[in-house]
Design a protein around this ligand. Sequence first.
Ligand code: PMP
Length: 379
Amino acid sequence: MEKRYLFTPGPTPVPPKVLAALAEPVLHHRGPDFREVLARCLGRLAQICRTEREVLLFTASGTGLMESAIANLLSPGDRVLVVSAGYFGERWADLARAYGADVDVLAYSWGEAPVAADVEERLDGHTVVLLTHSETSTGVVADVQALAAVAKDAGAVVAVDAVSSLGAVPLETDAWGIDVVVSGSQKALMTPPGLAFVAVSDDAWGRRGSSPRFYFDWERTRAAQRKLDAVFTPATSLVVALDVALSMLLEAGLEAAFERHLRLGRACRAGVKAMGLELFSPDDDSAAVVTAIRAPDGIDSGALVLTLRDRFGITLAPGQGPLKGKVFRIGHIGWFDVFDITTALAGVELAVAEAGGDIERGVAVTAALDAFEQPLTVA
Ligand code: PMP
């Protein structure tokens, strides 16, 4: 018998009320009871995306809807600019290449934050610009408002991967002029993996390309959704659960969620630094989604993550790509409170000490609790 703690940047813990909804009898996707849930859920998704447009909901993981953006926006040979500063930026580039696009990558080192002026300088007739809002591999949250603005000025269609950011940090789809926003159920939206969605601007609708597509054809799903119908059998139980999770989020207010994530980030960073570990993710309030931490010299971060899992039932995320073995990540997305942070920190403290790391014991939890309580703005 072991209690398990899920502190990864996706999937994330799911509230009991949402889990209970998953246990309800399965609904038929063409029945009136499901249509009612679907209509409500689509409306709530639009509110979360802060858009007046229809949001298209698919049974897929986040990557599926990233692929939908490529398949719907591009024609083979189109010039695409990918702004990449980590694992998920590289995924955009891989997807676009798979569809035969002419892919230009504005590549930053992992952990850097993309700069709008660099994008502006690089843009030269690209039809589409692909951005990552929260780069989950590094903990960097990019200023997509500024990045999107320069891309729009240059006449490009802008698509944003908001898989780990939507509902955690502010993202104004319409107000920031973002054409395509892609996200999924399993992060800040407090629902198990399996659903993903996309908000599409009128401009993007008018500029769709000729790449082959079927399941992920936006038009097919839009036509069905307008009749509250489904062309394919959706994961109905997940839609029911997502609807409950979204109602919880919206009832508390998105601003409250943003503030909570900001405080959780502060708490996590304060605890990490108090015990003497070094941050990899930025040491400021932008890092409200994921905290990436360098493993002390001589300690492999992957081994640390395995110790935490196998000894204490605590699941954190290891480093990806060039950060493998070097960093580990604590996600604080969605159904998280400060005691999740203190539990994660206490586990890290034990595991690092056991591995022979030179850290200070017994201070991280207090530092985290204090940082969580600090007023947001200094008078
Ligand atoms: N983009 C980002 C920023 C992510 O964090 C993730 C999931 N970790 C994805 C894309 C891919 O989503 P999925 O695993 O649901 O396909």
